[in-house]
Design a protein around this ligand. Sequence first.
Ligand code: SF4
Length: 466
Amino acid sequence: MTAFWTAPDPRAALRELLSTAYPRAVADADLLLSLTRKYGTSPFTTLETARRELAVDRVVFERLLDTFDQVPELRAAVVAGPAGKYWSNTVLPLESKGIIDNILERRTVTPHIVALYPGPTCMFRCHFCVRVTGARYENSSLEAGNAMFASVIDEIPNDNPYAMYVSGGLEPLTNPGLGGLIARAAGRGFKMVLYTNAFALTSQTLERQPGLWDLHAIRTSMYGLNDEEYEETTGKRKAFGRVKANLLNFQKLRAARERPVRLGLSYIILPGRASRLTRLADFIAELSDAAPDQPIDFLNLREDYSGRPDGKLPPGERAELQDALNAFAERVASRIPSLNVDYGYALHSIRSGTEAELIRIKPSTMRPGAHIQAGVQVDLLGDVYLYREAGFPGLKGAERYIAGRIEPGTTLADVVAKFVADDRRIEPRDGDEYFLDGFDQALTARLNQLETDMADGWHTSRGFLR
Ligand code: SF4
């Protein structure tokens, strides 16, 4: 049966659905449809705003919310909306695991996700990266840093295999002890994902650090599709050729060793580069052809909105991007049908041809208490950062977002307990919003929404869906 929201006349289809499933709600069909559209495009709307826009009183609004609870098709329609990725990727999983309640109640718990940032340096200097040129961790901090990471790996409860991943900050493969840490984590049952630029993912690295074969997945950030594009973005000459050779080699090695490590790419579409997407599909097909039984597993596509103050694309650029995404999807379907493509919040809405609201957190909407229960980032010094883009050495202002330091005698649990007990607040300053990545922003928007809903007396229905 076709879902009502994709029917040629969604209003009539919803009426028909309600008349069978929930006849008493037929009279509310138009209001329910408006509410579905509102939360499918603007998931962080507060309940009072939505109620006022519908021009109904609280009794009627409560009845509508009640119907949403009882008709799963309405809920599914919201999640299938243009901004549905916010619901399905971030909000609903965090709600169902109780993470949101942990934050709102300021509970002392192990952070839901712990990111390890073990890289002392990076060989690239990407023009959009916030890292401070020349700033790095001293090699002398590696030994103590890796001992600290080992203690964190041993400390995290292993009831969630995805509780940790390795990223940066700087490039993780510049840490020669990384393989040992991965093996240790895998030994405790963790499925570790490594975010890397793959410049150092050579045969020699894999030989020296066999623990890298215990990874669950490698996610390689691609910065172009030829040497010139790479140099333009990363400042490094001939880097594409090396990354490509490393990935082709990895494809062959993982097939020969029959290792289940998943291999994927992430690619940011920079302004004006949308037409290159079909070349990206061809590149992934070429890598996949190197090991036909183990094609490239996944691709995370994102769009660079930095520099666009309202996060919006001009209509012409938007249409061009939509066409490019369609051409890309066709090429993937014909050449690499098994590829799992994640389009993220923004591209998903562009693909669907509808304008969804994109979250733009500003210092005025940042939360001084942050959200330590949802996740932390630990760097080589043991510093525990509250936001994903803050963990770079020497980054001005980022030190204010360090919750504490893990060191001999102080565990991650101690740092969290102290941060929560002290009820520490960090007054946001201009520019602090850049410390938040897309996940931090979506979560911040959700928490702000929930607190407003609760202050407005909508405790049980807070946040619309959960
Ligand atoms: S974005 Fe990643 S690869 Fe590029 S300079 Fe920053 S840390 Fe290095």
